[in-house]
Design a protein. Structure first.
Length: 276
């Protein structure tokens, strides 16, 4: 009986693997954003996301939040970072977001069933395969908490109040730097930051998943190079400077200024220094 069960399980697993291979290689799975997920697929994805967030946010203790900071700084950051995709009371998502798949969640009632710690975790880390970015490399922890706190107040805003508050911040920017991590540059942090700053959109980076094709050169063996951008001697200081202001060093370079902070640039340089 045990042999029959094992044989049956093996055969079924093989059939499933062959079917999955046929679907992938044959291009049978429709990846068009104009074709929506079926309800079972969407429900499974949403449930898996909620459980993953709940587990990872467990133990996060929200700090005391100043109501004025939430209504001002939190609202400003929401206007600058979130409104385009999530909309708000009486405000629709931008056209870009309405064409995304899966559709970005409406946050109008999010606080009714999502604890503040989970709102913070999602804002900080983002959601993979959803288009939701993580803001941990681009906003201070105080701003992330203010933003999550503002989301938690959305059920209390009337459409008129919300629209008036958003209008106050039209064109305003929400920018802040995360607190520098104490200690020397950290290559492991640098590897994570290379992904956060989307370096893999243009470069193949060993140890970091990337897209193809790349418009920039592969970074394998970077530590062996003697020059940076064909101009600067390869030192940690020069590499950090290049990561921060490539257009200043080489105005003809297609590499854009990504707003990399000094501390982040040094961590990223430390990781690139390990690529031999």
């Amino acid at each position: 009986m045990v042999k029959v069960v094992l044989l049956t399980t093996t055969v079924l697993a093989l059939i499933a693997a062959l079917a999955a291979t046929a679907i992938v290689v044959g291009g049978l799975y429709d990846v068009a954003a104009t074709t929506r997920h079926t309800q079972p697929v969407f429900s499974l994805m949403h449930y898996a996301m909620r459980r993953a967030v709940s587990v990872r946010a467990r133990g996060i203790e929200p700090p005391p939040l100043d109501e004025r900071v939430v209504r001002e700084r939190g609202a400003l950051c929401y206007r600058a970072k979130c409104l385009q995709c999530h909309g708000g009371p009486g405000v629709a998502r931008d056209e870009l977001a309405r064409g995304m798949q899966p559709l970005p969640t409406s946050l109008v009632d999010a606080a009714r069933d999502t604890p503040l710690a989970e709102l913070y975790w999602v804002t900080r880390h983002g959601i993979r395969m959803s288009g939701m970015p993580g803001w941990q490399a681009h906003l201070s922890d105080a701003d992330i908490w203010a933003l999550a706190g503002f989301v938690s107040t959305l059920p209390r805003w009337t459409p008129a109040e919300f629209q008036a508050q958003m209008k106050r911040f039209d064109g305003a920017l929400c920018r802040s730097e995360p607190a520098p991590t104490p200690g020397p540059p950290d290559a492991r942090r640098g590897r994570e930051l290379i992904n956060q700053y989307a370096c893999t959109a243009c470069h193949t980076v060993p140890g970091v998943a990337s897209t193809k094709p790349q418009v920039g050169p592969p970074l394998g063996g970077f530590a062996e190079r003697t020059l940076i951008a064909g101009r600067l001697p390869h030192t940690p200081d020069n590499l950090a400077r290049w990561l921060r202001e490539p257009q200043v060093i080489d105005p003809l370079s297609a590499m854009p200024n990504l707003g990399v902070t000094e501390a982040h640039a040094r961590d990223m340089a430390a990781y690139l220094g390990t690529l031999r």
